[in-house]
Structures are given as C-alpha cells and as structure tokens.
Ligand binder design. Structure first.
Ligand SMILES: [Zn+2]
Length: 168
C-alpha cells in the first residue's frame, strides 16, 4: 500500500474509533495517527518515510527485510507498551493506533505481514488488494468518503478545529 493510502485509510479508521469510543479527535490525535501509519515502512528505502530516514531504511531492510519486524504485532505491542507507558496523551494513543492500522492494512495485501515475528517468520494475509492496483485506489477513495461522512455525522471536524485552541 502506498503512503497516501495508509494515511487515508488509517485516518478513516481513526475517525471511526473516535466516533464510537471516548477517544478525542484532536489535532494531536490525528497527527499521531498519521505518523504511526507511516512509520512501519521505515524498513523500505523506497517508501515515503524510507526516503526521509537518512539511510536508516537501508540498514533496517538489510538486517530484517521489508515487511519484517516493523510489521509484527509483537513489535507493535512492545512499542505500544513503551509509548503508552511514557504518556497516554492523544498523540500517543493516535500513534499506537495508526501503527496498528498500518499492519492491518498490509495484512489485507497479497504480500502479507509477519504478524508473529520473531516467533514465526510466516507472513499472514487476507489478500484483498495488490499495491498500486485499482482495488487500492478504491480503498483510498472509499476511505476518503467514509472519513468525510463520519467526521460530519459525529461533529469530529468541529472537535478537531476546537482542539487547535488559538491563544491570544
Ligand atoms: Zn507496510
């Protein structure tokens, strides 16, 4: 999945999560979701974050391969425990969720993800789309539409703008 699809689909699920739970749909929450949804591809030098990682992507890919450790639920759990342990701010919650949504989104691709690394190297998948395919584009546009719908229906955009709280 390309980075803009990861961001859009993750924002959509993030908005739904905020609409149906007590999660605050604030600017820092959405920033966390966006960053979290991009970070797992740090193991791919050609990805959006990889190209901005100052060569770190090459090192991670060399050591673990693409869609390796950074796409594992075990690694996610460890990162989540550290981040939430540090602070349970809206940004941290968004970050942890965005990261999880990324793994879920790649799980739906034909390439799959090693959910149980390091215990298993097997790649799990529920193949729904191929990266760059028409189905991925459909996922992008339907997430966009659904995001606007949920945001409007549940006053999330209002809450988001309010969270910017301009101080004078
Ligand atoms: Zn990925």
């Amino acid at each position: 999945m390309r980075y803009h699809s990861h961001v859009m689909v993750s924002l959509c699920i993030g908005a739904a999560a905020a609409a149906y739970t007590h999660l605050p749909f604030t600017a820092s929450y959405t920033a966390g979701v966006v960053i979290g949804s991009l970070l797992p591809d740090i193991d791919e030098p050609k990805s959006y974050v990889g190209r901005r990682s100052f060569g770190m992507a090459n090192k991670v890919k060399e050591a673990f391969g693409h869609r390796g450790m950074t796409h594992s639920l075990v690694v996610w759990g460890a990162i989540a425990a550290i981040v939430i342990g540090e602070s349970s701010s809206p940004f941290s919650l968004g970050f942890v969720l965005g990261y999880l949504f990324h793994i879920l989104e790649d799980f739906l691709s034909v390439q799959g993800v090693p959910l149980l690394w390091p215990f298993q190297t097997k790649k799990y998948k529920l193949p729904l789309y191929r990266t760059g395919s028409i189905i991925e584009k459909l996922l992008f546009y339907s997430s966009f539409a659904l995001f606007i719908y949920i945001g409007t229906e549940h006053q999330l955009f209002y809450e988001w703008v309010k969270s910017l709280s301009f101080h004078r």
